[in-house]
Design a protein around this ligand. Structure first.
Ligand code: CP3
Length: 357
């Protein structure tokens, strides 16, 4: 832990999230939630309506900054996460992407090497510029002790949407391309590595303090393909980002990685490891013992249920991870049916405002 602690540029008002990512064990742990800005908040729905489409919201900096800040204002979370989407990268590359109400994203699929010619690697600047402006606005409006998290989708997960054209339970189209034509699929992954580096670099330059790499479909690959399509591209992004911005920590979130978690942590060099709901608390503790800060992993449906089940699991989680570098979060995103008052209750429980700890 020594190196990371020494690398810290401590200031009086450094966000607590950064302390945890430098290896400090904080009590209470910092807390933020994946998908903390979204449809479960009435104030989000109001702005979303005003913006029109989802992508209009993402590319209008004043509105995107507003919805980024909403959950931080309402709940006093330790971090804001940029309001955008992982599919901004294919959209900026020129792929057609649309979000249909209640149906999830739809893309015009890229299914073979010759389709890659349709992607314009040099054309991302204009769309990215809107996102970077959102980052700058949020950083300016937030207190210095609240961290701003930038993000991208991991190349594998973004590729599953680009190739399949929509979300799927098994990511079959991307897996089949990767097995039948690894060299061709590698060209798509290379484009995504390069574009994701530019995207994260721009977010950091605009003011992001931390970045998270979302690999929502990391769990669908056998170990050799996991190394090739999840670990290796992530390592390239982490290495390049650390070369350019050594003080900006990276959180990796390979959802469903299971027992591949330890090799992911070791081989990618991430400072933070996002655990999905299936990772046992004792495994999180063991991972933290290997020098990574663990984040997670409350079941998003416990946040819907609330009540004694939520309280019991929050206590159990805090107890299990006492004394190790830990960030409280969910194991996946907040779902739309979540009662906002349960989020307020969660924050109070983690901060022990309930007087029971
Ligand atoms: O976490 C945050 O608060 C920041 C914003 C954020 C969004 N999407 C906003 C969003 C982030 C970090 C994402 C990441 C994302 N997007 C992932 C990776 C994480 C995960 O959930 O596994 C993935 C796979 C996507 C792709 C995506 N975007 C899908 C499948 C959908 C449709 C499903 C749905 O819930 O509607 C989206 C749309 C989307 N992205 C919404 C939000 C708030 C809902 C859009 C709306 O307002 O109608």
């Amino acid at each position: 832990m020594g190196d990371r602690a020494n690398a810290s540029r401590r200031t009086e008002r450094q966000p607590r999230l950064l302390g945890a990512l430098q290896g400090q064990s904080l009590d209470p742990p910092p807390i933020w939630l994946m998908r903390q800005a979204g449809r479960y908040l009435p104030e989000y729905r109001a702005v979303r309506e005003k913006a029109g489409g989802f992508l209009d919201l993402v590319y209008t900096p004043a509105l995107a900054a507003e919805v980024t800040l909403q959950p931080v204002r309402r709940f006093g979370l330790d971090a804001a996460i940029l309001f955008s989407d992982i599919l901004v990268v294919p959209h900026a590359l020129g792929q057609s992407v649309s979000f249909l109400e209640g149906e999830g994203p739809k893309l015009e699929p890229v299914t073979c090497v010759s389709d890659l010619k349709r992607l314009n690697r040099d054309g991302t600047g204009e769309k990215f510029a809107h996102v970077f402006e959102t980052v700058a606005r949020v950083r300016q409006e937030m207190p210095a002790d609240t961290a701003l998290i930038g993000f991208c989708g991991a190349p594998w997960t973004v590729a599953t949407y680009m190739v399949g054209g929509c979300g799927s339970a098994d990511q079959a189209d991307a897996r089949l391309w990767a097995y039948r034509d690894p060299a061709g699929f590698a060209s798509l992954i290379d484009i995504l590595v390069e574009t994701s580096i530019a995207y994260l670099d721009g977010q950091v330059r605009a003011g992001a303090d931390v970045v998270q790499i979302f690999d929502s479909w990391a769990g669908s690959l056998p170990e050799d393909a996991f190394d090739t399509w999840v670990v290796a591209p992530t390592r390239r992004i982490v290495e390049e980002l650390e070369a350019r911005h050594p003080h900006v920590p990276v959180i990796g979130f390979p959802r469903g990685a299971g027992v591949n978690a330890a090799r992911y942590v070791e081989a990618t060099g991430v400072e933070g490891f996002g655990c999905d709901t299936g990772v046992p608390l004792e495994t999180m503790r063991a991972l933290a013992g290997r020098g990574v800060t663990v984040q997670g992993n409350l079941d998003p449906l416990l946040l819907v249920a609330g009540g004694p089940a939520l309280e019991a699991r929050v206590r159990q989680t805090l107890e299990a991870l006492q004394g190790v570098p830990f960030i409280f979060n969910l194991g996946h995103g907040v779902v739309p049916q979540t009662p906002p008052e349960n989020v307020a209750r969660l924050v109070a429980l983690v901060r022990a405002d309930n007087g029971k700890r």
